[in-house]
Design a protein around this ligand. Sequence first.
Ligand code: ADP
Length: 613
Amino acid sequence: MNIKNTTDTNAATTGKMNIFDLLKNIWPYVTPYKWLIAATVTLTFIGSLMAQVNAVVLDKAVDAINALIQTPGFSWDKAVQILVTISAILLGKELVSAFITFFQRYFGEKMRILVSRDLAVSIVGRILSFRMAFFSSEENETGKLQSRIDRGIMSLSNTVNNFFIEILPLFTSAILALALMFMANVYVGLVALCIVPIYFYVTYIQAKRMKGGRRSIFGSHQAVSQGILNIIESITVIKSFNREEIEAKRQELIQEQMTGQQLGVRKQSYFFNGLKTFLEQIGTVLIIILTAYLVLIDYPGMTIGKIMYHVMLFSNVSAPIRQLHRIYDDMNDALIYAESFFGILHADHEVEDSGKHHPAVVKGDFVIKGVDFTYSNGTQALFGVDMHIEPGKITALVGLSGAGKSTVVNLLDKFYHPDCGSIQLDGVDLRDWDTQWLRENIGLVLQKNHIFSGSIEENIKYGNPAATHDDVVRAAKQAYLYDQVAQLPDGFETSALQLSGGQQQRVAIARMFLKNPPIIFLDEPTASLDAVATEQIKASIDAIKTGRTVIIISHNIGQIIDADKIFVLQKGHLEQSGTPDEVYRQGGIYKEILDSSARSMNVDKIAHTIEEV
Ligand code: ADP
């Protein structure tokens, strides 16, 4: 299904969405289901007509019975005929209504499910097209983004459902009932019409008063679940410090606060509901008094039956008003969530850009000139960095944590653009490169998170979905993973999540063999592994390095020393560069890092132990 992106982007970005913006934005998601809408609207109209049947029947029945008992020579035959007719009409009407309600609800729900699916498909497609900066900004942290999307989809699709199975039937029925009242008697119609705005006003005040309360209850609910989550997460610390009582007290306080808020909101809600019921009764009493008066003065067309007729019609007029408060609340929620949801959907400025450069052969000759880079939160990570990363060689980026090493890799992968300066690959500015083609030619092995839930084979195949089983086996062999997988009872069908950290890392490397890119970035590939796994993985890293341009970030001296060239970064500045030996001889930060690594590893003693034993 293809939804055109013709919706209003302004509303989504200016921060204030009104009901018309909401409808305009949601319209493209509803229009593909024209037949469903037509069927629902038709059913709604028939349903609204049915809702008035009771009033008409009662009107006619009362008048007919009244006439019957007033005529001399009362006949049971006639009475039975009236009763049978009434029963037949009422039961028939109930049957039709049940049928209509079923389809109305079913179609409304179908619409909700379809719209919810289309919204989800659109938003997922959309966020996948966004640049990296979108995901790293604070307001889009995983949990927050997920909840913005979930709530947006739920609230918007519920609005569609509510509209078709609640708002539309209730209001159509109310308008029809009011029209019938006017047609029967203009004065009674006018009285009913005058009462309606009062209900609206009371509902408006109720919604306004209760909004703050609902918000604070919502906030407290979040605090409660966050609090429980925190307790579970930090249970070891809580227990080891014997802080159970403090934590319990903290939760008790939140609960107490919420109790007060809940009672306050309930009190207001019952007060307003009572007030509305009272006002409705006043409306009914006014209608009874007026119609009775008109009957008494023998007003043309007014009969005893008409008293019942108007009272019943009036109850149809006031029915949606009883629901108005809830509808108003739902709408308010929908506006809040829709604003945030469509804000994501229309964030055109977040879409990743791409050039056209698409060469058949990519060598991997990177030239970085005078690059500054600042993250969206204002942290400047690089200052005037110059580097030449030569093709077919191994380059190591060295520096303490936070020096800017991963940032360099992020820029080379075009996840972000530099603030100033330029980055060229094979003589062409990265901005001019076809982004997808660039990434097709780069393999990225990170510290962790490479594994998706699924089998080992599926995970390796992520490197090349068109690969055959033989390709997967070959890649696993190249990554020194095959022997271990072959020993598992389910072999390549084993869930990849069951593998150890070191094995998972080798799955990631096997994936790289399948992808077979000429450029490889290794960002601390062994940081989370123990010494044995690190050594095992070294063989697979060495295998993948050959014949490619490799950039490695590592705290592991063994891996740095193997590089052809190293760049030493400190606080975003490039401090030193050259072969590992040259840079070591220069002294400075690299020497410090290397010496302290050797000291922390107690290299002398280790060497002594190894020699002695
Ligand atoms: P390294 O890889 O050398 O440890 P990074 O390149 O990850 O360093 O980080 C360099 C600086 O940029 C650090 O100050 C870090 O806090 C900051 N930084 C890294 N990633 C982000 C991000 N996504 N958003 C904001 N700041 C970031």
